[in-house]
Design a protein around this ligand. Sequence first.
Ligand code: FMN
Length: 255
Amino acid sequence: MENPIIDLIHQHSSVRHYKPDPLPASMVASIISAAQYASTSSNLQAYSVVAVTDAGRRNRLSKLCGNQAHIREAPVFLAWCADLARLDRVCKLRGCTQVTEFTENFLIAAIDVSLAAQNAALAAESLGLGICYIGSIRNNASEIIELLNLPKLTFPIIGMTLGWSEKRSDIKPRLPLRSVLHWESYSCESEEEDLRDYDKRMIATGIYKGRHVPVPGKPDEMEDYGWTEHTARRVSLASRTELISALEKQGFFMN
Ligand SMILES: Cc1cc2nc3c(=O)[nH]c(=O)nc-3n(C[C@H](O)[C@H](O)[C@H](O)COP(=O)(O)O)c2cc1C
């Protein structure tokens, strides 16, 4: 099925090269207003977003987020934050005490902010802008918190570069639909065949060009490096293992 919104969604690719042209504040405001109409748990709206345009601050953010050049280049960096601090203030107004110490409280805010961010991504793309999510905002969470003056009960979940794209990347194929869509109950029947097919489609994009690896179980035979190899390596590494202490410092406890 097709319509302009579904078509737009299928055109997505992350942008990592931006023109320096600034974005009008009204454009950023429209994008964030669209973000606000994402569904939100119990209408809590448990998130905030800090829009950074100052070049010095973007430079600092880039350094803290794995030195990614596009954070320096893009005219706007959006720091999407879980935010239970506003709800704390709401409780104070009404003489109540917010419960925040359960995993569920953190998850509510993390889900809310993710949904809002994705609405913003689509709104931006509908205006012809490019975006790229920045998970590396969690590399140095404490420093980001200090830089952005984030109060207790807020936490930077995801960053986003935003601007006019200088160079678009190719659209990355996705897993076959049947790998992610399970009717009635979970099944991974025919998954191996689907993964082999997906490896071929990802290799054909040229993204892993020139990379070869031994065939599993046959060390003398080589094959093209593909998505399964790349992904298996990626998820074999622990990352951001200090997050829990940064979260606790901000007042989030996972009980
Ligand atoms: C939670 C999250 C974190 C990400 N972090 C980064 C990042 O730090 N740097 C980056 O260049 N891309 C980042 N990305 C972009 C992904 O690499 C990209 O979405 C994925 O490879 C699929 O490519 P596409 O967006 O072009 O379709 C992130 C995406 C998500 C959803």
